[in-house]
Design a protein around this ligand. Sequence first.
Ligand code: NDP
Length: 470
Amino acid sequence: MQEFDLFVIGAGSGGVRCARIAAQNGANVAIVERQHWGGTCVNLGCVPKKLMVYASEMGQSLKDAPSYGWDVHINGHDWAHFIEAKDKEIARLNGVYVSLLKRAGVTSFTGNARLKAGNIIEITPSPLEPDAPTLIVKAKKIVLATGSTPVRLDIPGAEHALVSDDVFSLKERPQHIAIIGSGYIGLEFASIFNNLGSDVELVYRQNLPLRGFDTDLREHMHALIDMKGIVQHVETTPKKIEKTDAGLELTLSTGKVLKVDAVLMATGRRPAIDELGLEEAGIETDKGAVKTDSSFATSVPSIYAIGDITNQYNLTPTAIAEGHLLAEALFNPQGRDWSFETTPKAVFFSPPMASVGLTEQEAVKQHDLEIYSSQFTPMAQTLPGRPGKTFMKLIVDARSGVLLGAHMIGPDAPEIIQMLAIAVTASLTKAELDRTLSLHPTSAEEFVTMRTPDRKVPRAKASTSSGEAP
Ligand code: NDP
C-alpha cells in the first residue's frame, strides 16, 4: 500500500495550492481528482463564466462602435462556436494544473476517494478513467478539499431546471429563460443571457437583489436590472415546473405562470461531502459543512478541510489562501497572514459590481460614519448615449477617518476595488485618499476626489435593525 505524508482529496483551487506548497516544503504528497482538474473555478465557475461575460459584452461594444465612426454589421452570436472555443481553453487549463502538480513532485490519482478508518483512503474509478483499478492508500495527514455543488430547490419538476454546471455545456442558448435566485450566479447569468439577446426573467424572494451587499448598491443594481430589460419578479418564490410541448412552465407564488425555454436554479451551493465517507471516518459536520477549527483541523486529528467544503467564505482566493496556510502550517510554519475579513468581492454583471470591507449596514453597528458617494455617466457611454450610471461609495469611520468599506457598480469596478482593497486592508484613512492625486481621465479617480460627505450617520443603538433581511 502506498503511503504519503499528505493526501489531498479534490484538485480544485484550494487542494492544488495545498498539495503544491506541501510538496515544495519537502512532504511526500498525493492528490486525487474525480473529474475536473482545477476544480469548479476552472471548469464550471469563475473562468468559463468570465469568458461568457466577455462573449456577451462584445455585443455591446459592437453596438456602440458606429457612434465612434465604425461601420459594423452584426450577424448574431454563434453560441456553439463560443462553447467549443471555451472548452478548448478549459482543456488547456486542465493540462496546466496537471503539469503544475507534476512539476511540484505531487503524485496524482484520478478517481473517487472515500475515507476509511485509520487514515486509509479508497480510490475507485471515476468517469474520467472508468477502467482504472481500485486502489487503497494511506496518509499521515489528509486534506478534504472537494468544494461545493449547486443546490436544486425541492419543488415539483425541479429535475427540469438547469443548475450553473449545466449552462457551460448547453448546446443552444435559450431564447427565454427564467432564473431563480438573485445572488452571484443568478445575476451573472441574467446579465450574460440578456447581453446575448435572450429574454430573461429573474425570480427572487427579497425586495432587492444580492442580499448581504450594501443597500445603496443593491438599489442601484435593481435599477440597472430594470434598465437592461430583465424582468424582475421580486418577493416571489417558485412553486413548480412543468414540461410542455413548447418548453417549460414555471409557476410562481404570485400565481403567475412563466412560459420559458429553460429555468436556471441559482439558489446557492452546498458542500460536496456526500461520497467522502465522513461518518465512517468520524468527521463531524454542521448544517452539511465539515466543521473545522481556526487551524483547518476537523474533529479527527490529522484530517483537515479547506475551501467550500467548510462553507465559510466560498470564494476561490480564500480557498487558495487556506490551502497555502495549511500546507505551510503542517510542513514549514512561516507565520504568514492573510486578511480574510477584507476579502474583496465582485459580481460580474454588465456593468460589474464590487465591494470590499464593511457595508454601511454592518459598519453603523460599531462606528459613527461619514458616507461619501459619487454617481456619473462613464465617458465611453457618452457618444453612444447609452444609459446607466456608475455608482461609487466610501464608508469612513467619522472619528478616526479610517476607510471601512468601498463599493462600486460600473465598468471596471472589480479592477478598481481590487486596488482599494489594499487601502481598506491597510486601514488607510480618507485623508490619505485625499492626498492622492488623480489619474485623469478615469473612473477610479472619483475615489480620490470625493471631498464632502453626503451624510453623517451616528452609530446605531444595539437594538437597531441592520436593514438586512434575516
Ligand atoms: P448565493 O447565496 O449568492 O444566492 C442564492 C440565491 O438563491 C439568493 O437569491 C437566495 O435568496 C436564493 N435562495 C436560496 N434558497 C432559496 C429558496 N429556498 N427559495 C428561494 N430562493 C432561494 O448563491 P449562488 O448560487 O448565486 O452562488 C453560490 C456561491 O458561489 C456564492 O455564494 C459565491 O460564494 C460563489 N460565487 C461567486 C462568484 C463571484 O465571486 N463572482 C460567482 C458565482 C458564485 P436569499 O437572498 O433570500 O437567501
